[in-house]
Write a protein of this length. Sequence first.
Length: 313
Amino acid sequence: MKAAEKYRRVFGSIHHLKDQISWTTGLTNMVEFLAWEPKQILGITKKQYVRQIIEWATDPELAGKDVEEIEHAIIKKLTAKMHESERLETYSTQRIGICHPREATRRVMFFSEEYLNKEFDIFLSLCSDTYLDLFYQQFITFKSNETWSTHGNSGLFEASTALKAMYMDNLAYNHQSNVLIANELKFNGRKNPDQILKYCVMYEHLLENGFIDKGTKFLLLFIGGDALEYNKQRLVDRELALCHKRPKKYQHLLRQELLEIVDHLQVASLTWSSLIAFNDRYLAENDVCQVEQKLLQGFRQSLQSKSFMHLAV
């Protein structure tokens, strides 16, 4: 049985992007992220961690010692390593090595793009349809007052869609208005050199497999520390130039069918500071319930605590 089949058997699956996903799924996705990326909580990869324990346990100095003595010696070494890597200033640069749970939490909260992605998944799944209408209508036209569903990058999405060619960050889909928004989040980094074309591969795959409807409008929205150059054609031309230089690797991105999706695609950019400003205006100009007030204010607080707001990282 393949991994995707095992996942669907245990957790179920989605059949169309209009399927509503509970916001609590975002918590599952957070656990999934940490379980598949244990380096985030151990400080080093699982393989490195296991090897380090084996090296300590087989140290000649421990030859002939009983289990309790070996355990005590290893715990002492682990404690020393965790003490070495721990930083006690919020935005101190990270030290490589096994880390204390407190240090692991500091790293993901303030420095991890993947952790930010999961926070955004939960945030977007709880936003009202009115908020999403107003937010996305800054960049693309569509009919208001319809229902949105959102999907984060997770085992549920990957196992359901069988999309393996690329990884997305977050999708917002409005079935009645027939519009798909791909939210590509950047902690403080740049667009990947082939990212627009890869999102077109995703659109093609979702359409061919019945997860979106024919004629769905498509917006790729980059949200990051700096605004992206807005000229779509220039951005696409650069990606195509890269692909033509390495046709063997990128031949799947040079198909005519994909270029037709490129023509259909819209590209926009927003900074995290601009997102905060939009949320502040939304709160000031609309009759917002207390729950959504707390949601937007809490996400603002989290964004403002990230290292990209305080450091040039």
